[in-house]
Design a protein around this ligand. Sequence first.
Ligand SMILES: Nc1ncnc2c1ncn2[C@@H]1O[C@H](COP(=O)(O)OP(=O)(O)O)[C@@H](O)[C@H]1O
Ligand SMILES: [Mg+2]
Length: 256
Amino acid sequence: MLRWFRRIWVRGSAAVVLEIRNLTVDYGAVRALDQVTLSAREGTVTAVLGANGAGKTTLLRTISGLVKPTAGSIVFVGREISGRPAEDIARLGLGHVPEGQGVILELTVEENLRLGGLIAPGGSRERRATADRVYALFPALVECRDRLASTLSGGERRMLVIGRALMGGPRALVLDEPSLGLAPLVVAQLLASVRQLRDESGYTVVLAEQNARSALAIADRSVVLDLGRVVLDADAATLAADEQLMDRLRRAYLGF
Ligand SMILES: Nc1ncnc2c1ncn2[C@@H]1O[C@H](COP(=O)(O)OP(=O)(O)O)[C@@H](O)[C@H]1O
Ligand SMILES: [Mg+2]
């Protein structure tokens, strides 16, 4: 019941947490993002779809302050963050989960999580509580908490990277292709956890994916990027249900 109410509220009037306007990013002579505009409401998942090279990673890294934009504005929780240092943006509550399996292989699962908690405000008791919530979200990590990250499977490493970002106590997460290279069953589990983060804890998530079907299944909104431009901004359920449009998108922009 409660969840049902929340969903209605989210769709209706939740605050805009992230507002991007006319964002342009150049790598030397290469224009990677061209006047990208999008906004994300609190407690929603926005899927950023697009083929390899479309600009998904650049968009996420620019939001997080890891790439400096050429022009445009990014407002996060009411503050202009465009061009600000990544540490400041993280402190405002943005968690960045990079592409790949960027865990520290020589540390245990528990140590990797503790590292993620270093930037979190609050004391050790709060950190322990956050770690417990991460283990509840990813039960597979419980059994391997004292194992070196190097012994984890691809899916477990991806869970650990997300868990590490959660340890920083963010209210929004940007996730860069979490499903890349994983088996379909593991992708489904991982994206179900992302859905759970939104539904049970109200996280705002920006999810870059090439895997359009899987991403749309959990997303509220979807933007499609092509050569750094937004070519479609639509309600995710409406888009997923439109077979013809999905087919055209797949052929024109998604590269499969
Ligand atoms: N560090 C970089 N230097 C120069 N060009 C880059 C760099 N990173 C990405 N690009 C280029 O920017 C464009 C967008 O890349 P990227 O954001 O990685 O897309 P995606 O994540 O959708 O695959 C591509 O043309 C890519 O080659
Ligand atoms: Mg990428």
